[in-house]
Design a protein. Structure first.
Length: 237
């Protein structure tokens, strides 16, 4: 028995949508996944071609320059199930499925960003050391690695860190979240020199208010980064 088959025997693969065995995503469920064909303003969610803030007022709140979202999201849908599963249990198949989705959207929407001067690098949104130890991997770094393989001349800088306990954001009001995060996400020592004038694609799985991305962008720009484009699988309400 080959090792993979042995694993399948121990942990049968089931479709995340309907539970059918054999694959993590059967063809009928995968046809239900709808990639977003338009991006919108990260603040007011009005249609906006490149996912940039639509007005001066909307731009005031965000330090990142644009936000690319891949999929429609609802708490109950297939994608949210897959992302939760992905967060807590490493699965190469899921990295492949979710990474492919990101790769496609990045290719569709990031032309202008990629054509702007300066090198593009991928940076995963960090987990705190405690969370990383507990989980064993950073899901955003896995997605970044998948993406890197399909883009030439790109590097991943795993150059950020966050304080222990700064992840528990759900359920807090936006102002409270901002307060809790201030200065708790930072660039690791000795990285500033390498970050200067880079254009960054900042990778996360799900964004809600955008607070975490924003705090990452704040730390990166303080370190000398030129532009920051957030890339997330989906955006929660
Ligand atoms: Zn299915
Ligand atoms: Zn707006």
């Amino acid at each position: 028995m080959k090792f993979n088959y042995f694993l399948d025997y121990l942990f049968p693969r089931k479709c995340f949508g309907c539970g059918t065995e054999d694959s993590y995503l059967c063809s009928s469920c995968s046809s239900e996944i709808k990639l977003l064909k338009r991006q919108c303003c990260p603040r007011c969610r009005r249609y906006e071609e490149d996912g940039k803030p639509c007005s001066k007022r909307c731009a005031e709140e965000f330090i990142f320059d644009q936000l690319l979202v891949c999929l429609e999201y609802a708490k109950s849908n297939l994608i949210s199930k897959m992302v939760v599963q992905f967060k807590y249990k490493f699965s190469e198949d899921l990295v492949g499925i979710l990474g492919k989705i990101m790769k496609h959207q990045l290719a569709c929407f990031s032309h202008k960003f990629r054509n702007s001067s300066g090198n593009i690098i991928f940076i995963p949104v960090p987990l705190s050391e405690r969370r990383l130890k507990f989980r064993g991997f950073n899901q955003s770094l896995l997605l970044a690695k998948y993406l890197k393989d399909s883009f030439n001349d790109t590097e991943i800088y795993d150059c950020m860190n966050r304080e222990n306990g700064s992840e528990q954001q759900a359920g807090r009001a936006r102002n409270q979240r901002l307060k809790n995060l201030e200065n708790k996400i930072f660039v690791k020592e000795n990285w500033n020199e390498r970050l200067r004038n880079k254009n960054v694609i900042l990778i996360d799985d799900i964004a809600t208010t955008g607070t975490t991305l924003n705090e990452c962008a704040r730390a990166l720009k303080t370190a000398g980064v030129n532009k920051v484009c957030g890339l997330v699988l989906a955006r929660g309400k």
